[in-house]
Design a binder for this molecule. Structure first.
Ligand code: NAP
Length: 281
């Protein structure tokens, strides 16, 4: 009798093993598809990361998500695609035969969430992106790939905005915070990629009343679920895309690569993760 096939399992590698919503998301989809697979959180310290990733399959995994503090180092231990290289960080690893490949799914998470929440958003020519950290790179890559530009990159630390603009070329313009008064009345997409507005962080002071009536506002922060920025935009009747939607959409590709089925982001899944976020408040 042939040996029974082992159930495929993926994991999230981080240090420390922070509370994550990824197990809820992947367990929900495994159940939906009737796949007897698994998804666990693996606490791996920096000194053990290279060994763990180089022997991922021996540790019993068909692939993994990677989170803080390992996302940059994962690039050096795998074959990263253009997206992971452009963002400078990988969040998803999978095997292509014996080769361990890496990508960054924040790009499609951001774009697919916008498509779902605000169809037609890409009719905008210009956009303002607040922030110049890791998530801003993913957002800018996605916007440029979709044909949006110029992207005005507004960041507290000018050098960081300049470095990111240099990487992406002339369609990205580094701007100071003081330029918002002039920019907001003419852009139809505003994206917050800073941690401002997040629980425990200072508020994001910005007047959404300056935006045109057709503008779309996206916020990557998802704790709280409705940030003051999104609340103000909705109160003005603007369309919005929230950080939880991005988080759910970025998980789709990993699941497909590991388990061979493309899952959907449904209201049922969203309600499950929302309940967990509310319970953690
Ligand atoms: P990061 O690399 O640390 O960048 C943080 C950004 O916030 C920088 O541009 C920083 O500006 C700015 N910032 C922080 N405090 C500020 C302050 N007091 N005033 C003005 N600017 C400030 O972080 P990240 O990885 O890009 O993540 C940013 C946010 O996105 C976090 O809230 C994270 O949870 C969220 N996120 C969500 C998703 C999702 O799926 N929804 C995915 C990724 C990230 P300086 O350069 O001047 O320091």
């Amino acid at each position: 009798m042939p040996a029974p096939e082992k159930a495929p399992a993926a994991c999230l590698i981080g240090w420390p093993a922070a509370h994550s919503r990824s197990p809820i998301i992947h367990h929900h989809w495994l159940h939906r598809f009737g796949i007897k697979g698994g998804y666990s959180i693996e606490a791996v310290p920096p000194e053990g990361f290279a060994e763990f990733v180089q022997n991922l399959s021996h540790h019993g995994f068909v692939g993994a998500n990677v989170t803080i503090p390992h996302k940059e180092r994962a690039l050096l231990l795998s074959e990263p695609d253009e997206r992971a290289r452009a963002v400078g960080a990988a969040n998803t690893l999978w095997y292509d035969g014996a080769t361990l490949r890496a990508t960054n799914t924040d790009i499609e998470g951001f774009i697919n969430n916008l498509d779902a929440c605000a169809p037609g958003w890409d009719a905008c020519a210009e956009a303002v992106v607040l922030g110049a950290g890791g998530s801003a790179r993913a957002v800018v890559f996605g916007l440029l790939e979709r044909g949006v530009g110029p992207v005005h990159l507004v960041n507290r630390t000018a050098d960081r905005a300049r470095a990111l603009a240099d990487q992406f070329g002339a369609r990205v313009a580094p701007r100071g915070w003081e330029a918002l008064g002039e920019l907001l009345p003419r852009v139809k997409l505003l994206v917050n990629t800073t941690s401002l507005g997040m629980k425990g962080q200072p508020a994001l002071e910005i007047d959404v009343g300056l935006l045109p009536a057709q503008a779309v506002v996206a916020d990557l922060v998802y704790v709280p679920l409705e940030t003051p920025l999104l609340a103000a935009a909705r109160a003005r009747g603007l369309r919005t895309a929230d950080g939880l939607g991005m988080l759910l959409h970025q998980a789709v590709r990993g699941f497909e690569l590991w388990f061979g089925q493309r899952p959907q982001v449904t209201p049922e899944l969203r309600a499950l993760v929302e309940a967990d976020l509310v319970a953690a408040r």
